[in-house]
Design a protein around this ligand. Structure first.
Ligand SMILES: [Ca+2]
Ligand SMILES: [Ca+2]
Length: 134
């Protein structure tokens, strides 16, 4: 029965197409964490270990006023920060030492820092503090 055989072949082809579609969906899901690494929620300050908002995100902070200090973890971000997204209306001062001490660099409200090397503060930040402006 040539007709039935043709239908079976068509069904097999449809099955293969469905499998291929599933594989594509799986690849998209696996890529999701990369997108997440480069994102920062509204009203948050986010900082990453690599330039271009990549690698581990060691800072994900939602400050609620000025003069607030965020302590970057000693084993999780101190002297590693290379990029930042400031999605708050506060200026964010990054400090070279714990407890908002030492050399500092001021990030303006809503300013992205794609690469801290460009502002001379790469792998330096150990703590942060909010200010009204720089
Ligand atoms: Ca780094
Ligand atoms: Ca620290």
């Amino acid at each position: 029965m040539p007709t039935a055989r043709r239908i079976t072949t068509a069904l097999a082809a449809a099955g293969a197409a469905a499998l291929a579609a599933t594989a594509l969906t799986g690849a998209a899901a696996a890529a999701a964490p990369l997108t997440e690494a480069g994102t920062c929620e509204e009203n948050h300050v986010c900082m990453w270990e690599d330039a271009g908002y990549g690698g581990d995100k060691w800072v994900n902070w939602q400050p609620s006023g000025t003069g607030q200090i965020f302590e970057i973890g000693g084993w999780n971000g101190d002297n590693e920060i290379s990029s930042a997204l400031n999605r708050t209306g506060y200026a964010i001062v990054v400090y070279a030492d714990d407890g908002a001490q030492g050399a500092s660099y001021c990030i303006h409200a809503y300013q992205p820092i794609q690469n801290f090397k460009e502002v001379g503060f790469n792998d330096d930040a150990e703590s942060l503090m909010t200010q009204g402006s720089c």
